[in-house]
Design a protein around this ligand. Structure first.
Ligand code: ZN
Length: 271
């Protein structure tokens, strides 16, 4: 599943190239997660201003209105001056004067939604509950600790919920908890200020590193379906159940939290 770093790397891969382009046509394949919300032909002639990201949504800002794109479980975006004819899994295409933006999404959990403005009810519904951006200035250790104090669930679950800090998915939550020596089952409200600060630093570091790595390996993860992300190549705990911890050589353990697997070292990570 594409996580925040993959979405950010995807954004960087085409944002500059599509900016200023004029929309010629928008075409859709099979239904995605939600309907587009407008007649595709009404977008012809509009100009692409910029491409931003909020959580795992890409926001293609037009001179009038905005397109929200989500990659779902298996989606990937391609932008090129021209592309071969659309295949069976290509369910969205934006033809512009600078090239073609295409969404390839075999499982169709992805989405493309149009809204006339950022104040629109559809935008608020999708983006309104999102926490702060982990790679932006609003994410600081003090307010992170304060927010954790109000939660009694396991820290790993709180990170995945995305309403305190957005985009820390399963892989990166496991890795950040390892880096900060925190057991994934610790109650969020029991984390001391220094431990919360270490976790904050680890989240920023693991995501920044993933974005930096992703820049050179975009193709690897955009063709990967789900599990074989580039980042796992040097993961400390994620996907390493039964293998020796890279720090203390104890066997890495896995457990279920919610519906997801969590990987951790029982020695390096304390309750
Ligand atoms: Zn260890």
């Amino acid at each position: 599943m594409p996580e925040l770093p993959e979405v950010e790397v995807t954004r960087r891969s085409f944002a500059d190239r599509i900016a200023g382009a004029q929309v010629r046509a928008l075409s859709l394949g099979k239904p995605l997660r939600w309907p587009l919300g407008c007649e595709p032909s009404t977008l012809a002639g509009r100009q692409v201003r910029s491409v931003a990201r909020r959580g795992k949504y890409l926001l293609v800002h037009l001179d009038e209105g905005v397109l929200l794109l989500h990659l779902g479980m298996s989606g990937s975006l391609q932008f090129a001056p021209s592309l071969p004819p659309r295949g069976v899994h290509d369910h969205f295409e934006l033809l512009t004067s600078h090239g073609v933006l295409r969404l390839h999404d075999p499982r169709r959990f992805g989405a493309v939604v149009y809204a006339p403005s950022m104040d629109d009810a559809r935008v608020l519904k999708l983006l309104g509950g999102l926490g702060v951006e982990p790679l932006e200035i609003g994410f600081d250790a003090v307010s992170f600790h304060r927010a954790l104090k109000l939660r009694r669930s396991a820290i790993k679950q709180v990170l995945l919920a995305g309403d305190i800090v957005v985009g820390v998915g399963n892989i990166y939550a496991s890795e950040a908890l390892f880096m900060s020596g925190i057991h994934p089952a610790v109650r969020a409200d029991r984390l001391s200020k220094p431990r919360a600060a270490r976790l904050h630093a680890a989240i920023v570091s693991v995501l920044q590193r993933a974005v930096a790595l992703g820049g050179s390996t975009l193709r690897d993860f955009s063709s990967a379906e789900g599990q074989s992300g580039y980042f796992q190549l040097d993961a400390m705990v994620y996907g390493r159940e039964g293998l020796p911890c890279r720090v203390c050589e104890t066997s890495v353990k896995a457990m279920r939290q919610g519906q997801r697997s969590t990987f951790f070292c029982p020695v390096c990570q304390k309750k």
